[in-house]
Design a protein around this ligand. Structure first.
Ligand code: PMV
Length: 311
């Protein structure tokens, strides 16, 4: 048996890091994807021709364990998402793999895949929120919140936290991402913020403030008020840098992008990785990013979340 699934990357527009503590966040699925193909016709489990190893294939290994599959599998992945750049490559590989593994025995159930993929990210990263995996599973745009709102999709609980995922229509904006080229790892950054959060009232206040910004941003998206969205992005960035997850190269790209944008901020875990800008002039923003040593991506949002493709 052979199955193949594809899942999109994502860009977090608001709320990264704070969302780990149950605050709201917004992300949009983008037109860069990972495709995974799983075949049961093999004697040993291999990933892209190599024996599976925790060190190189942690998300896939944990997905196999969580799906409870106990047979050799030949797994191939293909991705147009750069890794460690804040565009959700680990969520896309996890969701597309989980889609294949579940599809070996049953129809794809979005809610189940979103939950299991979140658990995989949690295990591998040592803490996570469901924003990346829910967006990659569902597509379009996702608002995570600590309360149930309109267009509710699913609830995910872990330890003390509870998140409600909601469908949101794709915001009508041009998205430009700038990759600093500074490789960053989500797990260590999440743990760094956690130790600050656990020790300091100030850090907890910053996290709450980020949550307030996301609520305002959600209203600004409903009102299609791009100026307001931009202001809120800049404010979100200021708070993220206080949390210690920005990077000089991110600040440089953000400063350049802001000349032609409504707003710009880091996206994803930070510490390097990428920034995102919302703009009417994507080419100009891309030029600024490039002239400051970054790699620009002019992205389009996509309604397509996890889909099965011909194997
Ligand atoms: O680095 P990324 O793109 O996987 O984004 C991480 C976002 C965090 O809020 C920092 C962690 C999480 O799981 O929500």
């Amino acid at each position: 048996m052979r199955v193949s699934c594809s899942a999109p990357g994502k860009v977090i527009l608001f709320g990264e890091h704070a969302v780990v503590y149950g605050e709201p966040a917004m992300a949009v699925a983008v037109n860069k994807r990972t495709t995974c193909t799983v075949s049961t016709e093999t004697k040993n489990t291999k990933v892209n021709g190599r024996n599976i190893q925790e060190r190189y294939h942690s998300y896939i290994l944990h997905s196999i364990e969580r799906a409870g599959i106990d047979m050799p599998l030949n797994i191939e992945t293909n991705s147009d998402l750069p890794s460690g750049a804040g565009m959700g490559s680990s969520a896309a590989v996890t969701v597309s793999t989980m889609g294949c593994l579940k599809n070996l025995s049953a129809e794809i159930d979005e809610k189940e895949i979103a939950r299991d993929s979140f658990e995989v990210e949690w295990d591998v990263q040592g803490g996570a929120s469901p924003i990346d995996t829910s967006t990659s599973t569902h597509g379009s745009s996702i608002l995570l919140s600590n309360q149930r709102l309109s267009d509710f999709l699913w609830k995910i609980e872990k330890e003390k936290e509870r998140w409600y995922a909601h469908h949101r229509d794709i915001p009508a904006v041009n998205i430009v991402v700038g990759d600093t080229g500074v490789h960053s790892r989500t797990g260590p950054l999440v743990r760094k913020v956690r130790s600050f959060y656990e020790k300091s009232n100030f850090a907890r206040d910053i996290v709450k403030e980020i949550g307030e910004i996301v609520k305002k941003a959600s209203t600004a998206f409903s009102d299609e008020n791009l100026e307001r969205i931009g202001e809120l992005m800049d404010e979100n960035q200021r708070l993220l840098s206080i949390l210690g997850v920005s990077h000089p190269k991110l600040e440089r790209l953000i400063k350049g992008a802001r000349k032609y944008s409504y707003g710009a901020k880091l996206t994803g875990a930070g510490g390097g990785g990428s920034m995102v800008a919302i703009t009417e002039r994507p080419e100009k923003v891309a030029e600024e990013i490039e002239s400051r040593g970054g790699t620009p991506y002019m992205l389009e949002s996509t309604p397509d979340g996890l889909i099965t493709v011909d194997a």
